[in-house]
Design a protein around this ligand. Structure first.
Ligand SMILES: Cc1cc2nc3c(=O)[nH]c(=O)nc-3n(C[C@H](O)[C@H](O)[C@H](O)COP(=O)(O)OP(=O)(O)OC[C@H]3O[C@@H](n4cnc5c(N)ncnc54)[C@H](O)[C@@H]3O)c2cc1C
Length: 358
């Protein structure tokens, strides 16, 4: 019998498991061979404090200290450059406020990303706040904490049945039945399936596909120091990655939970939008992938005990913010479960609570 079983070995599950391992015995069950195989292995790995709705921004802010300093820090400077073309003035103005960017001259924009096209770009804005996150190390470091506290991380462990029993829950993986007092549902796109298995009302999760193409460094430029480049209204973005450029069409297409892959047409549309703003054509796509960003109906995370069954704890709906919010989101779960007063404002805690969706 363990105190906590966590279903899901992505950033949501492994960070919650690490925090909970300070309060009791923990077992993480992950169906794939490795941690972070699904959404958590496919992200753009950005920490952008202003990205998301009010409760997400509160989690971002509360996570900043951890991102900057824990285990030597997970962040490296990147910056964010927004570009607009003719007719996009209103969307540009809205992004300026929402992302707390300041307008810069087109010359300044081109000095930062020399392939920007002065013939199509009409406005540009920038800030320094956006940072790259070392997502792989973050997952592995949380897993180390689980193991150091005596917890277990079990991969190739697909949960196929869950029953409520007097002492808590019985969780079936193959022919093994695990007993636990409390169950954490951190199954990403699959959280509603896990809830239904456990006889808990689903939250109405929508897994939305987002795709990425990796292209060679445009025109042979050294892209290492370029900021992340974004089209207005989050219509597409590009960011350097290991000497290459990642370009995303910023798609958000509703999918059933599955091992997501990119759609060629969607990628082509995104690459065309990017090409419109630059002087170097895309010569080839070296690789591509997609992941599912899973949202609650109100786009806020779902964190904490289920109102009908408090030993069933949600760590769900991380959307496009799973890494940037993980330090504070996992801490909130541990605080709520252990009875500690959360550091987050009580209004924010209520906005994140599963109870709001009932
Ligand atoms: C293209 C893209 C770009 C992104 N960019 C960013 C970014 O820049 N910054 C940011 O913070 N976030 C970003 N995100 C979002 C971030 O990746 C997600 O919010 C985060 O990874 C979600 O983590 P998770 O643990 O909830 O889900 P997942 O990583 O999907 O983990 C859920 C796990 O549950 C497991 N599971 C499911 N069912 C079962 C079962 N029955 N038994 C056992 N295990 C099960 C799955 O195998 C999976 O590993 C991006 C996402 C995408 C797709």
């Amino acid at each position: 019998m363990t105190d906590f079983i966590v279903i899901g070995g992505g950033i949501a599950g492994i960070s919650a498991a690490a925090r909970l391992s300070a309060h009791g015995s923990v077992t993480v069950l992950e169906m794939e061979e490795a941690l972070g195989y699904h959404a958590s292995g496919r992200s753009a790995a950005m920490f952008e404090q202003n990205y998301g709705n009010a409760s997400t921004v509160a989690l971002n802010r509360a996570s900043a200290q951890y991102h900057h300093h824990a285990n030597g820090g997970y962040l490296t400077p990147r910056g964010l450059l927004l570009v607009a073309g003719a007719g996009q003035e209103a969307a540009f103005a809205a992004d300026l406020v929402e992302l707390n960017l300041h307008e810069i001259t087109l010359d300044d924009a081109i000095s930062r990303i020399p392939i920007l096209n002065p013939a199509t770009m009409t406005q540009a804005a920038f800030h320094n706040d956006a940072q790259d996150v070392d997502t792989d190390r973050m997952i592995q470091d949380f897993a180390k904490v689980v193991r150091a506290n005596g917890g277990r991380v079990i991969t190739k462990a697909t949960v196929s049945a869950i029953s409520k029993v007097n002492h808590g829950w019985q969780v079936t993986v193959g022919d093994v039945v695990y007993d636990t007092k409390q169950l954490v549902n951190a199954a990403g796109a699959w959280v509603d399936q896990i809830a239904e298995m456990a006889g808990i009302a689903p939250i109405g999760i929508t897994p939305l596909r987002r795709s990425m193409a990796r292209i060679p460094a445009p025109g042979g430029h050294d892209v290492t120091g370029w900021p992340m480049l974004m089209g207005v209204g989050e219509s597409w973005y590009a960011k350097p990655d290991a000497g290459k450029l990642l370009v995303s069409p910023a798609d958000a297409d509703l999918m059933v939970p599955h091992d997501a892959y990119a759609d060629d047409m969607v990628l082509a549309e995104g690459l065309a939008q990017y090409e419109e703003m630059v002087t170097e054509p895309v010569t080839r796509v070296e690789s591509n992938w997609a992941g599912l960003r899973s949202f609650a109906p109100d786009k806020a995370l779902v964190l904490g005990p289920d109102p009908d069954q408090p030993s069933f704890i949600w760590s769900a709906a991380q959307g496009g913010y799973g890494f940037q919010t993980a330090p504070a989101a996992s801490q909130l779960i541990a605080d709520l479960v252990s009875g500690n007063t959360p550091e987050l404002d009580s209004n924010i805690v209520a906005q994140l609570s599963p109870a709001r969706l009932r």
